[in-house]
Ligand binder design. Structure first.
Ligand SMILES: [Zn+2]
Length: 67
């Protein structure tokens, strides 16, 4: 996965967000335009949420819990 900073005028892919995208997250080697576009705000929020969820998943794993 690669994260590119983009300057083309595209909208953020998050539903309900009308801001312009600043980042494109794309699979390694995939052609341009096949990634997901995120604005700065959504990218930051998503990064925080993922980190939190990953932490919870790690905690549940170490407790031996199954989902
Ligand atoms: Zn957004």
């Amino acid at each position: 996965m690669q994260l590119n900073i983009i300057t083309i005028p595209v909208k953020c892919d998050v539903g309900g967000c009308a801001r312009h995208a600043c980042f494109e997250a794309r699979a390694e080697g995939a052609p341009a335009g096949t990634g997901i576009y995120l604005c700065k705000e959504c990218a930051a929020e998503l990064a925080g949420l993922i980190a939190r969820q990953a932490g919870q998943a790690q905690k549940a794993k170490s407790k031996g819990e199954k989902r």
